[in-house]
Design a protein around this ligand. Structure first.
Ligand SMILES: Cc1cc2nc3c(=O)[nH]c(=O)nc-3n(C[C@H](O)[C@H](O)[C@H](O)COP(=O)(O)OP(=O)(O)OC[C@H]3O[C@@H](n4cnc5c(N)ncnc54)[C@H](O)[C@@H]3O)c2cc1C
Length: 438
């Protein structure tokens, strides 16, 4: 490949205590928690709203905030949920404790929460590089409509979902399985004219139940037997987690481009599938696909501890615990074949904790190796693949996000680096915020 060197002076647009890159659930939780500690905070967000997958990605529901007994995502998770409910942004759930989302309401809730907390937000700005001095990031370089600019910060939280900032700063990471294969992505969607009453009257049959028939009939062209489905998000509206884009690398825009094209194309097949085989969906119509690809898995930043499948048990606990969680191991199949589908089902049903059970989350999964003033939060924290597939859901991201935000504020306030954070103090601050730390 031929290369070129490009060098220009750019403005340092802001200087803050805590810079949060990426405004998804983890980034927003980090920003609100840091601001609550008195830090000045700026969020740099690539898209046009906060919320990441749950808003611009059209992921239709929050997975459970609870283990069936305890509210695990206490603190910012509770705050977001309460505000969303108060704003009418939650459709009553028929599916246990998942929380169907009205994405437009959730966008406004995040806007309001950040404004009230005094968090500065810039949309349409992507963090593309860092300037570091030894293990410290001093400035993050951003690319936006107006050009390039930098933001200087005492501490940085990587909430990009992909671990972009840690990777730019040179932290080690893992990508996918031993062959580099990652979970498929999904272009989530909104559907109109779903007759939920007719669907329920028919016994709410599994939407996966007719896939074999649809493959035989040529309605579906890819042997993908895993169909999470649609959640009712308003009367006659479905939020769709429908279809997969296989072999998509969410850290490569060329791969993402192909996935968007396939994702949009494949929705025509699923429209036919639902109309033909699923009761109550005879008139269903695709309204829109998401503006942001639903990426489940990319980099897992290597931190001072790697949460691993042996920790997925109710009695796991850590001295530096920042929260507890319980969502099952949900590794979507990397290949569309029967064997992978069966393996997903085995893991999803087998890798599950009981009611009232939860595993511990240590602070060290937020501290990237080799970096001193950077914390990682959300789906790219330091885990093996199994645990990533559990902690990646949004309530888990609130938990790691708020801890990263408080720790970042402590570093900005004078704590020498992320490893010098007084854990007892961090835990006390988390408890005051409402975190679940029994
Ligand atoms: C298809 C799909 C279905 C899912 N279903 C559910 C579900 O039903 N319930 C549930 O709870 N969870 C679900 N999840 C998981 C969950 O939505 C995500 O794992 C979670 O949103 C991750 O949160 P995050 O904050 O780490 O990252 P994200 O939500 O991905 O947010 C990252 C944000 O950072 C921004 N960003 C990225 N790179 C940069 C950069 N370099 N500079 C600036 N901004 C940047 C992005 O635009 C985005 O807004 C699903 C995920 C997918 C993909």
């Amino acid at each position: 490949m031929t290369t070129t060197t490009y060098s220009i002076d750019i403005p340092i647009r802001d200087q803050v205590d805590v810079l949060v890159c990426g405004g998804g659930p983890a980034g927003v939780a980090a920003a609100l928690a840091a601001a609550g500690q008195g830090a000045t905070v700026h969020i740099i967000e690539n898209s046009n709203c906060l919320g990441g997958m749950g808003t611009i990605g059209l992921v239709p529901a929050f997975m459970p905030f609870t283990d069936g007994v305890n509210f695990l995502a206490g603190g910012i998770g509770r705050l977001v949920l309460d505000r969303l409910e108060a704003a009418g942004g939650v459709w009553p759930s028929e599916r246990g404790t998942t929380v169907p989302i009205k994405p437009e309401v959730l966008k406004r809730v995040y806007d309001d929460l950040c404004e009230e907390a005094g968090v500065a937000v810039t949309f349409h700005a992507r963090a593309i590089d860092v300037q570091r001095q030894a293990g410290r990031i001093e400035r993050v370089i951003c690319a936006a409509k107006s050009g390039l600019f930098a933001i200087a910060a005492k501490a940085v939280v990587d909430g990009t979902g992909d671990g972009d900032i840690c990777a730019h700063a040179g932290a080690p990471f893992d990508l996918g399985d031993e062959h580099g294969a990652m979970m498929p992505t999904t272009l989530c969607s909104i559907w109109a004219e779903v007759d939920w009453q007719a669907y329920e009257a028919a016994g709410s049959p599994s939407v996966e139940g007719r896939i074999e028939e649809a493959l035989a009939d040529g309605v579906l062209s890819v042997e993908d037997r895993h169909l999470p489905g649609m959640w009712p998000t308003a009367a006659r509206i479905g939020g769709g987690n429908v279809g997969h884009c296989f072999a998509c690398d969410g850290t490569d825009e060329r791969s993402l481009t192909a996935a968007y094209i396939w994702g949009r194309r494949s929705m025509r097949e699923y429209e036919q599938y639902y109309r033909r085989y699923i009761p109550g969906h005879e008139q269903v119509e695709l309204v829109a696909t998401a503006a942001l690809m639903g990426v489940r898995e990319t980099r897992r930043i290597r931190g001072d501890y790697q949460l691993n499948s042996a920790d997925f048990r109710p009695d796991s606990s850590f001295p530096d615990e920042i929260g507890r969680f319980s969502y099952p191991i949900d590794i979507h199949l990397a290949k569309p074949d029967k064997a992978s589908f069966d393996e997903h089902k085995r893991l999803f049903t087998g890798g599950r904790l009981g009611r009232g059970e939860h595993y511990g989350i240590p602070y060290r999964i937020l501290t990237p190796q080799g970096l001193d003033n950077v914390l990682v939060a959300g789906r790219c924290v330091s885990t093996d693949r199994s645990m990533q597939a559990s902690i990646r859901v949004m309530p888990g991201c609130f938990i790691t996000g708020q801890a990263a935000g408080i720790a970042a504020a402590m570093v900005a306030a004078g704590c020498p680096d992320i490893r010098a954070v007084d854990i007892t103090d961090l835990q006390a601050r988390l408890r005051r915020l409402g975190a679940f730390l029994p």
